[in-house]
Ligand binder design. Sequence first.
Ligand SMILES: [Zn+2]
Ligand SMILES: [Zn+2]
Length: 130
Amino acid sequence: MDEQVRTGGCLCGAASIRLKGQPTRVGICHCHDCRRTSGSAFVCFAVWPRSSYEDTGNLHTFAGRSFCPTCGSRLVSLREDEAEVMIGSLDQAPSNLIPDYELWIGRREPWLLNLELAVQFEHDWEPRKN
Ligand SMILES: [Zn+2]
Ligand SMILES: [Zn+2]
């Protein structure tokens, strides 16, 4: 089976990312921090195993969120075992990644519809680690 490879990067092109295979989950978050750091009403992200993620360029990190210091594009949150990628940083649009879950729904703008295909959470949800 051919493994899908997705590429992406920041607005100015100084940083790029590369992801192998399918994400383990896709989420939407309406929390205060996601609103602030994105400057938007919510963020949509996809999570890959850390070993499936590569980047080039000089990313800076604040509070676990990495971004291009030149253009400010927020790309990824790297954890020891996972890479949580902002799907807007991917080259392909639409990404065709479909959210499995939605966080902090109490902060969702009222004009956004409840995504029926996504499991809804009042606050955070951390998947169980094996
Ligand atoms: Zn940039
Ligand atoms: Zn959030």
